[in-house]
Ligand binder design. Structure first.
Ligand code: SF4
Ligand code: SF4
Length: 440
């Protein structure tokens, strides 16, 4: 609750009235990893230059972030828990600096070998350590509903059994981890399109992912997760020409995460349609209005989605040299050190929709109508009137976020509140709710 109080502070309200939203900073504390994910350029076999920020520099960044009103801070890697002894004091430092929403996560390597003596003691120690901090969200990456596929992709055998054992321990300590799905072709199991039938290619692709997302949500629910997020695939490649130059190397040219524009429309549509089935059972971060806006964008309506706040309210710090960038994918726009008194956010209207990085795109979309109503209420009314589906989805998202207590990862879900999101049987297939026709 103190987090919510902080967001509604006078300083934040003033910021919103000035056309900004509470800031977000993602600090890549290092880029070292022990996993083998084909979808990521930081996998252990990658021949990239490895780097790690000095903890004192990170503290300077945190202090500057707090002074600039940053409200959400993520410590990412690489694998953040490789340097757990440094990470925990940094979380404490951010807490003392007054940053309310602090997040970090893991690829789950600590959950391997869960049969070994001492596993439960080790996880209990980790849970106790995290519980002593004000960490708001703790994510555990999961790539597929099929354990063997996930473990093969990550190169972390046995990790799923360990996660299943670890979750009750975390819950007992008031930590409710989020399953973090990096959307890829293997979400529902080894990727293959079902045999061609009467349905066209697009329909088969859509149906495959629809089933895959269903399987995935059911899988993480069965494992014991209460919360789930989806990272949209970072297809920065020939399918998506633009000016992007990734500084955050969590990208890959591998086919497993590269989707054409047509595939993205179908993929986002499949997720949009699957979420309502699980909103009463899991706290699902993914806002449907954001998926809808991305579908519109990739269907050719390029100005429909609210542009990203990267470089304006949201920033990324690179582990190579502690420099700040508008995001992890605009590496040609070095904004300098966040702690530098001369540091300035980009002084321009947001305009970028070059990628689908949900960390920045989702909150930009959710905040967009609020900022518009202050500056140009008529244009928002026109947008809502012209597209009532979008207006409804956006309003539903805010109501749902509220029912999820804004994804407070330190409290269990309120299933009574979530129960209101049980879909009536006739709209379980939410295709009736949205009017975007699937391409044939
Ligand atoms: S996705 Fe995460 S766990 Fe996998 S290689 Fe990249 S940094 Fe490591
Ligand atoms: S859409 Fe946002 S995250 Fe993506 S490249 Fe643009 S500013 Fe960066």
């Amino acid at each position: 609750m103190s987090q919510l109080r902080s967001v509604t502070s006078i300083a934040n309200i003033r910021r919103i009235l000035q056309g900004h939203i509470p800031g977000q900073l993602i600090i890549q504390i290092h880029n070292r990893c022990n996993a083998h994910c084909p979808q990521c350029g930081m996998r252990v076999s990658s021949k990239i230059e490895r780097s790690k920020l000095d903890p004192d520099d990170i503290k300077r960044i945190i202090d500057a972030a707090a002074a600039r009103g940053v409200q959400a801070l993520s410590f990412t890697g690489g694998e953040p828990l490789l340097f757990q002894k440094e990470l925990i004091p940094l979380i404490a430092h951010a807490q003392q600096a007054g940053i309310p929403f602090i997040r970090t996560g893991t690829n789950g390597f600590l959950f391997r070998n869960s049969e070994r003596a001492g596993f439960e003691t080790a996880i209990t120690r980790l849970a106790e350590t995290l519980a002593r901090t004000s960490l708001y969200n703790f994510w555990i990456s999961i790539d597929s509903a099929v354990p063997a596929v996930h473990e093969e992709m990550r190169g972390l055998p046995g990790v799923i059994a360990g996660i299943e054992k670890a979750l009750p321990i975390f819950h007992r300590h008031g930590i409710y981890p989020s399953a973090n799905l990096g959307i890829n072709r293997n979400v529902g199991g080894p990727y293959h399109l079902s045999p061609e039938g009467e349905l066209g290619m697009s329909r088969r692709f859509y149906e495959t992912f629809r089933r895959s997302f269903q399987r995935f949500y059911q899988f993480v629910l069965n494992l014991g997760f209460t919360t789930v997020n989806a990272c949209y695939p970072m297809s920065i490649n020939s399918h998506q020409p633009g000016n992007l130059q990734a500084v955050y190397t969590a990208t890959s040219e591998d086919n497993v995460v590269n989707f054409t524009t047509t595939e993205k429309v179908l993929l986002f549509r499949a997720l949009l349609d699957t979420i309502p089935e699980f909103r009463s059972k899991l706290r699902i971060f993914t806002p449907r209005s954001s998926l809808y806006a991305l579908i519109r964008q990739y269907s050719g309506d390029e100005t429909f989605a609210y542009p990203c706040r990267g470089g304006i309210d949201f920033f990324f710090v690179d582990s190579a040299d502690a420099n700040t960038y508008p995001c992890g994918y605009r590496g040609n726009e070095n904004l300098g050190k966040f702690w530098d008194p001369q540091f300035k956010p980009l002084d321009q209207e947001p305009s970028c929709t070059e990628c689908d990085w949900e960390c920045f795109r989702d909150p930009s979309e959710m905040a967009g109508p609020f900022l518009t109503v202050l500056r140009n209420p008529r244009s928002l009314l026109r947008k809502f009137k012209a597209d009532k589906i979008y207006a409804k989805l956006w309003w539903q998202d805010w109501r749902y976020f509220s029912a999820c207590k804004f994804f407070d990862g330190r409290v269990p879900p309120d299933y009574q509140k979530l129960g209101q999101w049980t879909p009536p049987p006739e709209v379980t297939d939410a295709t009736s709710e949205t009017s975007i026709e699937l391409a044939k």
